[in-house]
Design a binder for this molecule. Structure first.
Ligand code: CAA
Length: 259
């Protein structure tokens, strides 16, 4: 039984699946859902048992069809700022989770939904997935990081085209431009995400977390600082018992064991 109204949290061995679950509103993110997601992410950040997180949308049609327009329509400028900041805080929490996070994009990923997917480490798109930042059509800008993460993923020209036109692109195009990372048949996003997550979970847990943090932190540094940071996380691995065990298994020709 989930403790949340708008989220389902499923623990499957070392994986945790977070489902945004408001299918009647195509999983649109209202304040209540953002607050619940923030709490769920707080719990996951301290959960040593969870090695990989998968984020998806409930129902057949949508990953997440955006921030909740019904709730946003009567916001004041102050309310708009607070709503954007709230979403941005939660998406930063998601991006900064120590575990790798895979988005299983199973349908519409529009506005805040596309932004949610972009805050994940890896995006698996089902053939029926659709991506867009349609905010200008509603008279607003993206507010949950879309103007920034989209440019970082696809480059300024393509990002601006998508942001200015609000065009919806299909999953194959999203993969082609680097907005999504892998294309799978319709209905197959979760199975593909679980298969990828199981592979990741079979690797060294600390090594995986350090690898994520090196990629994340390094993105905001110059190459010299980023490689120096890499050397530090590399060093930390040698303080972890799994390194000795896994290298010992290799040298002694035993299959790798998960701790
Ligand atoms: N907010 C609130 N409700 C939403 C919603 C949203 N973002 N998206 C869909 N819904 C609701 C619809 O209002 C509808 O509710 P009712 O049944 O009560 O009428 C229900 O979900 C089903 O939607 P549709 O009937 O519209 O389904 P469809 O198949 O005809 O169309 C769709 C699907 C193309 C995704 C269409 O729903 C749509 O365009 N949704 C809005 C997408 C959008 O503009 N998202 C960006 C929001 S702004 C944002 O996210 C800002 C930000 O960066 C923070």
């Amino acid at each position: 039984m989930s403790e949340y109204e708008n989220l389902l949290i499923e623990h499957r061995d070392a994986l945790t699946i977070v489902t945004i679950n408001r299918p009647k509103a195509l999983n649109a993110l209202n304040s209540a859902t953002l607050t619940e997601l923030g709490s769920a992410l707080d719990a996951l950040a301290g959960d040593r048992h969870t090695r990989v997180v998968i984020v998806t949308g409930g129902g057949e049609k949508a990953f997440v069809a955006g921030a909740d327009i019904t709730e946003m329509r009567s916001l004041s400028p102050e309310g708009g700022r607070e709503f954007a900041r709230r979403g941005q805080r939660v998406f930063a929490q998601l991006e900064e989770l120590p575990q790798p996070v895979i988005a299983a994009v199973n349908g519409f990923a529009l506005g805040g939904g596309c932004e949610l997917a972009m805050a994940c480490d890896i995006r698996i798109a089902a053939e029926n997935a659709r991506f867009a930042q349609p905010e200008t059509g509603l008279g607003i800008t993206p507010g949950f990081g879309g103007t920034q993460r989209l440019r970082r993923l696809v480059g300024p020209g393509r990002a601006k085209e998508l942001l200015f036109t609000g065009d919806t692109i299909d999953a194959a195009e999203a993969v082609r431009i680097g907005l999504a990372d892998r294309l799978v048949p319709a209905g197959g996003a979760m199975a593909a995400a679980v298969a990828m997550a199981e592979k990741i979970a079979a690797k060294g847990a600390a090594a995986t977390r350090y690898t994520k943090v090196a990629v994340q932190r390094g993105a905001d540094m110059n190459l010299a600082a980023a490689t120096a940071y890499e050397a530090e996380v590399f060093a930390l691995c040698f303080a972890d018992p799994e390194q000795a065990q896994r290298m010992g298994d290799f040298v002694d020709k035993r299959p790798p064991r998960r701790t």
